[in-house]
Design a binder for this molecule. Structure first.
Ligand SMILES: *[C@@H]1O[C@H](CO)[C@@H](O)[C@H](O)[C@H]1NC(C)=O
Ligand SMILES: *[C@@H]1O[C@H](CO)[C@@H](O)[C@H](O)[C@H]1NC(C)=O
Ligand SMILES: *[C@@H]1O[C@H](CO)[C@@H](O)[C@H](O)[C@H]1NC(C)=O
Ligand SMILES: *[C@@H]1O[C@H](CO)[C@@H](O)[C@H](O)[C@H]1NC(C)=O
Ligand SMILES: *[C@@H]1O[C@H](CO)[C@@H](O)[C@H](O)[C@H]1NC(C)=O
Ligand SMILES: *[C@@H]1O[C@H](CO)[C@@H](O)[C@H](O)[C@H]1NC(C)=O
Length: 406
């Protein structure tokens, strides 16, 4: 399979649209985001969807100790106080300085608590992307990170999101990238040397490089944009972050270190690409489409283009988690899914669609298993002995969780 198919599926939001009739204009329940830090203001069409989501969620509370008073608010990074941003960055460093809990025999390269997350994300990549599990799995994954930041490192707020729609004109204008060494995520990576190392060959040129996804019965190549950086991130609080897990998808097969579990110490790299960081994609229009007509339990509307925003370390589906900003990017996806669910909680909370593996391609250790559809009764593997049913990853106000995106 090649670029054309990947792009269609990663960028498009088609199929199995569940229409919903939006009732009388809802009353805003949570204070809506008024851009403190600039960007394109939320358009009325999106505001209607968000208000209905707030109204529906707040109206559904009462059980399991989740109430209007106790519900956590996940906010846009651009709306956080400096103190909160500083504390988030501090807590990420705190996890980076705590030892990994993952069994060393599974992943000798898992060194710190952040690596526990990257390890299980790599381990599950071919099951949780372009599949029915994408959204519930990542919802729990984000929640586990939020819990670790709060319970193990004393972070007092909740997981923020990077509002890509608000910064679609230029994603680098978000405060995520304001360059402040204490309150941002730094910036682009240094230019790679030598420039343009994509190598010769079809779809493998000075702007794109073909990478092979391991673990599938077929050779699946991802053409990845090389971007404008490619080298180490030199500014901001993660300039000296040492990564050890991955990379996984590579230009050639790597039988010795197939999933990048062996230690490969290196810097955090980024490679912004103007065709992803600016302009056409991830606009308010996209966000509105996603939140109103999200593919029923989508297998990944726009996920691909989101990690391509970052390039380099984050460019393949396996270990984008090595870039700490991954979690803010995925929180935006979780938010759009939440707003979609919130239009009709009864019909949509547990809606699922998609295969059990990446595009339904059989995995190499089970080549005879034909594609089958994911169900909400399937068990998901979250790492560290946490194996919830898929349905447990779907509501935001049950199973011990209690949060809302504002
Ligand atoms: C994932 O981890 C399990 C052990 O928990 C292992 O058996 C399996 O081979 C791993 N899969 C991949 C793709 O790394
Ligand atoms: C793409 O370039 C890499 C070097 O960066 C090379 O190893 C690989 O063989 C090339 N692939 C093709 C299909 O030409
Ligand atoms: C490089 O590869 C990409 C991806 O397949 C393709 O779209 C682009 O046209 C190629 N560029 C050149 C200069 O060949
Ligand atoms: C990174 O390391 C260099 C050299 O030790 C040091 O000068 C710099 O302040 C460090 N940057 C951060 C953000 O820790
Ligand atoms: C955003 O919307 C445009 C226009 O509808 C579409 O071409 C593009 O694929 C969308 N991008 C994403 C990431 O969904
Ligand atoms: C599910 O798997 C089948 C068989 O491989 C494939 O044709 C179909 O496109 C897959 N669906 C999605 C949404 O990836």
């Amino acid at each position: 399979m090649h670029w054309a198919e990947w792009a269609t599926i990663a960028g498009g939001c088609v199929a199995m649209v569940m229409p919903v009739v939006v009732a009388a204009p809802p009353q805003p329940q949570c204070s809506s985001t008024s851009p403190l830090g600039g960007g394109i203001p939320m358009p009325a069409e999106f505001q209607v969807l968000q208000d209905r989501y707030h109204e529906q969620i707040l109206g559904s509370l009462g059980a399991q100790g989740c109430t209007k008073d106790s519900i956590a608010k996940r906010r846009s990074w651009d709306d956080l106080e400096d103190e909160t941003r500083k504390d988030y960055i501090r807590a990420v460093h705190c996890l980076a300085n705590k030892p990994a809990l993952t069994d060393k025999s599974l992943a000798p390269g898992a060194v710190n608590r952040l690596d526990d997350f990257t390890y299980i994300h790599i381990n599950q990549t071919n099951i949780i992307h372009q599949s029915g599990y994408l959204l519930p799995w990542h919802r729990l994954f984000l929640w586990q990170l939020e819990e670790a930041l709060r319970n193990e490192c004393g972070y007092e707020d909740y997981l923020p999101y990077w509002d890509n729609a608000r910064f679609s004109a230029d994603q680098t204008k978000s405060r995520v990238w304001d360059g402040n060494p204490a309150t941002s995520f730094g910036g682009n990576g240094a230019p790679r040397t030598p420039p343009g190392n994509g190598g010769a060959g079809p779809n493998n040129n000075s702007t794109f490089q073909l990478l092979l996804i391991p673990g599938l019965v077929i050779d699946f190549w991802l053409p990845m944009p090389l971007g404008t950086g490619g080298g180490c991130v030199m500014t901001g609080p993660f300039a000296n972050l040492t990564l050890t897990l991955g990379p996984v998808a590579k230009p050639t097969r790597d039988p010795v270190n197939k999933y990048g579990y062996l230690p490969t110490p290196r810097c955090l790299a980024r490679s912004f690409d103007p065709s992803y960081t600016g302009g056409a994609s991830l606009t308010w229009e996209n966000a509105t489409t996603a939140s109103s007509n999200f593919v029923k339990g989508s297998s990944g509307c726009g996920t691909g283009s989101r990690t391509l925003l970052l390039g380099a370390t984050a460019r393949t589906p396996f270990s984008p988690t090595n870039d700490p900003v991954f979690y803010l990017l995925h929180a935006q996806i979780d938010r759009l899914w939440a707003i979609w669910q919130g239009q009709d909680l009864q019909e949509r909370t547990y809606a699922i669609a998609g295969n059990r593996t990446f595009f339904g391609i059989p995995l190499d250790y089970a080549p005879e298993v034909p594609p089958s559809l994911a169900t909400i009764e399937d068990t998901m593997e979250m790492g560290l002995e946490f194996r919830p049913l898929t349905k447990e990853g779907m509501p935001m106000t049950e199973f011990g969780r209690c949060y809302i995106y504002v």
